[in-house]
Design a protein around this ligand. Sequence first.
Ligand code: TXA
Ligand code: MG
Length: 363
Amino acid sequence: MVTERIIIEDTHRIDAGKLERAAEILREGGLVAFPTETVYGLGANALDEEAAKKIYAAKGRPSDNPLIAHIADFSDLKPLVAEIPAAAGKLMEAFWPGPLTLIFPKSDAVPYGTTGGLDTVAVRMPSDPVAMTLIRLAGVPVAAPSANTSGRPSPTTADHVWQDMNGKIDMIVDGGPVGIGVESTIIDVSGEYPVILRPGAITQEMAGEVLGMEIGLDPAITGDGPMNADVKPKAPGMKYKHYAPKGDLTIVEGVPSRVIAAINELTRQCEAHGQKAAVIATEENMGKYQCGHVSCIGTRAREETIAANLFDILRKMDDMGVDVIYSESFYNGGLGQAIMNRLLKAAGHQVIDANTGEHKHCL
Ligand code: TXA
Ligand code: MG
């Protein structure tokens, strides 16, 4: 299959005519990758089971992992869901359009091929103007997982999508690099209490404030709960190995001076053994590393810069062909909760405590 690529130069004044063909492909059951404010999505008609199957094939994604239906207008929600719980109404009003996905009981209109056999459906209204225009033009809800090969870091540029999807999908709409860089927050509002299934840019604190209550995290994310690490995540996709670079990634945590000293020692040992080492560093500490290839992930003063660069850095580690990677650790609150959730998955949960030298398995 030849993958067509179109570029939207000015995302604030979109020439809708340019997106007509993309919309037509979606209506006809084809696959179109497009930018959203979080990561690039791989879109298909959410109401067309055959189209959804093509997404699973292109990504190499297990078919029990459900897709998020993307809509462009509030009136598009009702046909997809059996009920709109009060908490959902408040969250939608506060955060839609934006990086928040809500899980609802599904209506009969949504095929099980889209929901991975579940009786619930994930819905999100993205704020990205290209995504909005495309969904509106298509005139159908658009099922879209992140547009990466299953297991690889999510794409934050059209080039990332090209690397994974060229020849496998009909079209890539290039709207430039995304703004946020980590996937949407997922909140399940289908049960008695709202629960966060995946942390994202809408933080636990932000959602809690809107609902006037503390919102819990799915125990599978925190490692709390009766079954600890064996708890099955409620978002099926959270159980799969994700984002892992080919090199062996370990997170080093502790007070900054100890982290730097530990990483310097570890990378020195790697190089002594002839291994190619890399360091994922913050701007604050960049100049303090003595060995290995040092990449800057952003500044601690603005953690959104770290979120925006995270997946690109993980992909670059593969491009550089490094054997071993050490990353600094980040504050695990606010947006940091999403950053650490992705980074820990990428590291296969391997953490070294620089204060004690202890190797740990952290969720
Ligand atoms: O930011 C995002 O959400 C991006 C952009 C493209 O919108 N999309 C995205 O999709 O991250 P994906 O498929 O890569 O991740 C969706 C996650 C998976 O972990 C999946 O298991 C979960 O959402 N999910 C989807 N439907 C669900 C449902 N009905 N119940 C529980 N989890 C669900
Ligand atoms: Mg994904």
